[in-house]
Design a protein around this ligand. Structure first.
Ligand SMILES: *Cc1c(COP(=O)(O)O)cnc(C)c1O
Length: 366
C-alpha cells in the first residue's frame, strides 16, 4: 500500500536528534516558554525573513490571535469584514469568526485554486478592513495583485501560511513575509510538522508581535500583571525543540516534494485527470498534489484497488458545513465545483522513486 502520507517514516529520520533534545528538555527543568521556544522563534523568524516569530499553540490560534491583536491595537473593530477564499480549510473562517469579525467568502481561480482578484474586487464593501490570503496546497497566492489592491483600499494583508512553509515568491521573499502578519500551523502533516499541535505568527510589526505574545500568555506583561484579557496558547517547549531539528531539513524536503510533483506534472498524460497549474516553481512547496477528475469516488476507489491511498482536500466547503449555517445560502459555484472534483495524491519527502513511477503508471491507465 502506498500511504497518503507516512508520518512515521518522515519523523524516523530525526529520531536520534529528537532523543537528544528530549534529554536536554527533561534535564532543563523548564517546561513552559523555555530556551527551546525562544530559540525556535529566532530561527523561524530568520528563516522567513521577518523581524519576529511568536510561537503559539496551533494554526487556528495563530489566525485568531493576529486578528484579536489588531483589535486590541484599535486597527480592527468588531464586525469589520475580512475577505477570505471560500475553498480554504475551515480554520481560516473560524479564526475570523472567533475574533468577532465577519468572513466574506471569495471565489478562487479555477487554475491556481487561490483567491480570485476579480472576485475580491466584487466582494469588497466599506466595512472591509482585511484580506486573509491562503496559500492553498502550498502555492503562494498572487501577492503582487493583492498588495496593489490592499494598498489602494487600505486593507491589512494576513497570510494563512499553514500549507506553505518555505514557499518563495519571485522577489525571493518567503511565505510569512508577504503581508502584515502570517499564521503558520505545525500540525504533524504540514511541510514543517511538529509531533503534536504547534503554530506561530510571523510579522515585522513590533507592536503587533508584542501584543500577540501577550495575548497568547494570558495578556501578561510581567509575571502576574495582566494588561489584556488573553488566552493560553503557548508553543509547547518540547515541540519547539523538535521543530528546530526539522527546520534544518525543510528546504531539502520542499525540493524533494517539488521533484516528485514535477514527475507527476511531466509524466501523467491522461485527459480524464486535470493536473495543477504551478505558476513559479519556487512559489509552490506542494504541501498537497491535488488533481481534478469528474468522477471523484470512482477515481479514488480505482486508486485504492491499486493500493494507492488518496484524500480529499476538502470534501465539503466551509459555507456548506452545518457549523456555518448562517452562510449555507451563499452561492459559490467555482468553490463547489472544486470541492466536487478534487483528489489529493500521495506526495512527501520520503516517497521512493518506485512508488512515484508506479503511481504515474496507474494514473496513466485510469
Ligand atoms: C492546517 C491548517 C490550519 C489550522 O492549523 P491547526 O494547527 O490544525 O490549527 C489553518 N489553515 C490552513 C489552510 C490549514 O491547512
Amino acid at each position: 500500500m502506498i500511504k497518503f502520507l507516512d508520518l512515521h517514516k518522515i519523523n524516523q529520520r530525526f529520531e536520534v536528534d529528537f532523543q537528544a533534545k528530549f534529554k536536554t528538555f527533561i534535564d532543563s527543568g523548564h517546561y513552559i516558554l523555555g530556551h527551546g521556544v525562544a530559540t525556535f522563534e529566532t530561527e523561524f523568524a530568520n528563516y522567513c525573513g521577518t523581524k519576529y516569530a511568536i510561537g503559539v499553540g496551533n494554526g487556528l490560534d495563530a489566525i485568531t490571535l493576529i486578528l484579536k491583536a489588531y483589535m486590541a491595537l484599535g486597527e480592527l473593530q468588531k464586525g469589520d469584514e475580512v475577505l477570505v477564499p471560500a475553498n480554504t480549510y475551515i480554520a481560516s473562517i473560524l479564526g475570523i469568526i472567533q475574533a468577532d469579525l465577519i468572513p466574506v467568502f471569495v471565489e478562487p481561480d479555477l487554475d491556481t485554486y487561490n483567491i480570485s482578484i476579480a472576485d475580491v474586487k466584487r466582494k469588497i464593501t466599506t466595512k472591509t478592513k482585511a484580506v486573509l490570503v491562503v496559500h492553498l496546497y502550498g502555492q503562494l497566492a498572487n501577492m503582487d495583485a493583492i498588495q496593489q489592491f490592499a494598498g489602494s483600499n487600505n486593507l491589512l494583508i494576513i497570510e494563512d501560511a499553514a500549507q506553505a512553509h518555505g514557499a518563495t515568491y519571485k522577489d525571493n521573499r518567503r511565505a510569512g513575509n508577504l503581508g502584515n502578519a502570517a499564521a503558520f500551523s505545525f500540525y504533524p502533516a504540514k511541510n514543517l510538522g511538529a509531533l503534536g499541535d504547534a503554530g506561530a505568527v510571523t510579522t515585522n510589526n513590533t507592536q503587533l508581535a508584542q501584543t500577540i505574545k501577550m495575548l497568547s500568555n494570558y495578556g501578561t506583561t510581567s509575571k502576574y500583571v495582566n494588561k489584556l484579557a488573553g488566552c493560553n496558547s503557548r508553543l509547547d517547549e518540547i515541540q519547539a525543540l523538535f521543530l528546530s531539528v526539522k527546520l534544518k531539513q525543510l528546504d531539502t524536503d520542499n525540493d524533494f516534494r517539488r521533484k516528485v510533483a514535477n514527475q507527476y506534472l511531466s509524466k501523467v498524460k491522461n485527459n480524464k485527470i486535470i493536473l495543477p497549474l504551478c505558476t513559479e516553481s519556487k512559489s509552490h512547496v506542494f504541501h498537497l498534489f491535488v488533481v481534478r477528475v469528474n468522477k471523484k469516488e470512482e477515481f479514488m476507489s480505482y486508486l485504492l484497488k491499486h493500493n494507492i491511498e488518496t484524500l480529499n482536500h476538502y470534501p465539503i466547503p466551509p459555507h456548506k458545513q452545518d457549523a456555518l449555517r448562517g452562510f449555507n445560502h451563499l452561492k459559490l459555484p467555482i468553490t463547489e465545483q472544486i470541492h466536487n472534483t478534487v483528489v489529493s495524491l500521495p506526495i512527501s519527502p520520503v516517497m521512493s522513486n518506485d512508488d512515484v513511477n508506479y503511481l504515474i503508471n496507474v494514473l496513466n491507465t485510469y
